[in-house]
Each structure stands twice: as C-alpha cells, then as structure tokens.
Write a protein that binds this ligand. Sequence first.
Ligand code: FES
Ligand code: FES
Length: 213
Amino acid sequence: MAPEKSPKPQQEVQQPDEGRRNFLKQSSLLTALAVAPPSLLKAAELRWDEKAVSYFEKVPLSLEVNGKAQQLTVEPRVTLLDLLREQLAQTGTKKGCDHGQCGACTVHVDGKRVLSCLSLAVMQDGKKVTTIEGLANVDQLHPMQESFIKHDGFQCGYCTPGQIMSGIACIREGHANSEDEIREYMSGNICRCGAYPNIVKAITEVKQGGQKV
Ligand code: FES
Ligand code: FES
C-alpha cells in the first residue's frame, strides 16, 4: 500500500481571503505614505513626536553635585548614574552592570553610599551628591585615593571609583574593624581583576590612620 501523503504544514497554506487582506493592508500603507505631507514624514524620521513628549515630561530638579549647585530638568525615568555621566559629564562614576550587582556606580548621597544605577535622579531632589571627582581637595587627593595608589588597589581601574566610594562609606558606617568585616561590607563591589587583597589593605590603613573620611 502506498504511504499516505503527509499534510502540508499549516503555515504554508494561505487562504485566498488572508492574501487579499494582506495586499489591502500593504497598499493602504503605501497610499498613506504617498499622500503624507513631506513635513510629516520628516518629523517621523527625526522622531520629533518622541522628543516633544519627553520635553513636556521633564521635571525640575535641584541638586548639589561635588559642591556645585545644579538646577536641572530631567525625565522622571533617568537614573542618577545617567544624569551624572550624560548630563553633568561626571564620567568618573562607572556603569558596569547597570543592574545593582557590581558596585561600579557607587556614589555618596548626603554622605551615604548608594548605587546610582538603581536610583532615579528625581529622588535626589535637594540632596548632596559626591562622586569620585568630588573627593580630592584641589590638588590634595583624598586619603582613600592616596591609600589605593600606595597599595596598588587597582589593576584595570574600572571598578576603582566605586571601590573607593564604598571604602570610605565602610569606614563611616563603622564597618572596617577587621579584614573580614571589610570584605563583608565591600562584597557589593566586584573587581574582575581580583585586586581585593590590596583594596582591603588600603581601607585598613586609612581606618587605622584615623584620618577623617
Ligand atoms: S552599574 Fe550599578 S551596580 Fe553595577
Ligand atoms: S581593578 Fe579591574 S575590575 Fe577592579
């Protein structure tokens, strides 16, 4: 007995009505494009509609960043990290994971460490933000910066700004009393190069030196 022919796969079968509907849809779209005024097409191309909407959505924001008062307007969805890097050109703060998992974006808000990739800029209204650029006092590096250099606390340096900001916070929070404690409270800051032993030495020395951080 001859084997039965297997039925045609369903997706290959196009009903006459469906073909006509697709044709009508495409030709209506082409007609709409053909009769649209050139200015409308240009506006769509330049995405003016999105730009106009984002303009109206912006909200005012007052911040002090590294000692300088800033009056800004931002979209409510903008993170503190993107505001710092893209609007204020403070690119010392790094974007690693952008998901709160690496610590590269750590900054201080009112003296406390925060992951700027997880904070909306609008939540910081009226607050003081310090980034790695704001630590040094004119030509005098912050003691934690000095100590990182002295102890080779970095290799590629990408995680370093976040490590330094977190190291300072670790001391301020009273969590730098032993190497184990430092490691635990610095565990949110990932370094792919494995500079951890030197980072711990640097933080330990600043803590033991008793300088104000
Ligand atoms: S970039 Fe914010 S935690 Fe990684
Ligand atoms: S020094 Fe390379 S990732 Fe930290």
